[in-house]
Design a protein around this ligand. Structure first.
Ligand SMILES: [Zn+2]
Length: 152
């Protein structure tokens, strides 16, 4: 699943968990649960993978910064921990690209690859997931996706 969706679901987990350690643990678990859901992938070439992965990585960083900023101060540590935990298992992708190896034990990498039901042409699933996770994270943080103007 796209890193952006792991980050958004991690923010939701952090907003609900409210404490950093359980948010981090649940974030890591959520990564593998989401990767086991049918999603976009099966890129065919490293070039095609990078055409999606690079923007996805940049959007993920922007989402992390935005959600950390939007989180009320007392919930920010849990939100950050949830996002970091949810994103962490995919550190193997840039690590393989830049350093030629994954930081995880081989058994973890094999499990991570084996659980993925990926296919091309599923961008709509990722977009739907991003909308749901993003809106739910904002709602859990007490922020509306769209602010109404005018007096309350
Ligand atoms: Zn993954």
């Amino acid at each position: 699943m796209l890193l952006t969706n792991h980050v958004l679901s991690g923010a939701l987990i952090g907003a609900l968990a409210r404490r950093p350690a359980p948010a981090f643990a649940a974030g890591v678990a959520s990564h593998f649960a989401l990767d086991a859901v049918p999603h976009w992938g099966d890129w065919g070439s490293i070039r095609r993978f990078l055409q999606v992965a690079v923007p996805d990585g940049l959007i993920s960083l922007a989402a992390m910064g935005t959600l950390a900023t939007l989180a009320p101060a007392e919930r920010r540590p849990a939100v950050l921990a949830g996002m970091i935990g949810a994103a962490l298992p995919d550190v193997d992708k840039p690590a393989k690209l830049w350093f030629g190896r994954s930081p995880w034990p081989r058994v973890v990498d094999e499990f991570h690859i084996r659980i993925q039901p990926e296919a091309s042409g599923r961008a709509h699933i990722e977009l739907l997931a991003a909308s749901v996770f993003g809106a739910a994270a904002l709602a859990a943080l007490g922020r509306r996706p769209v602010r109404r103007s005018g007096p309350r």
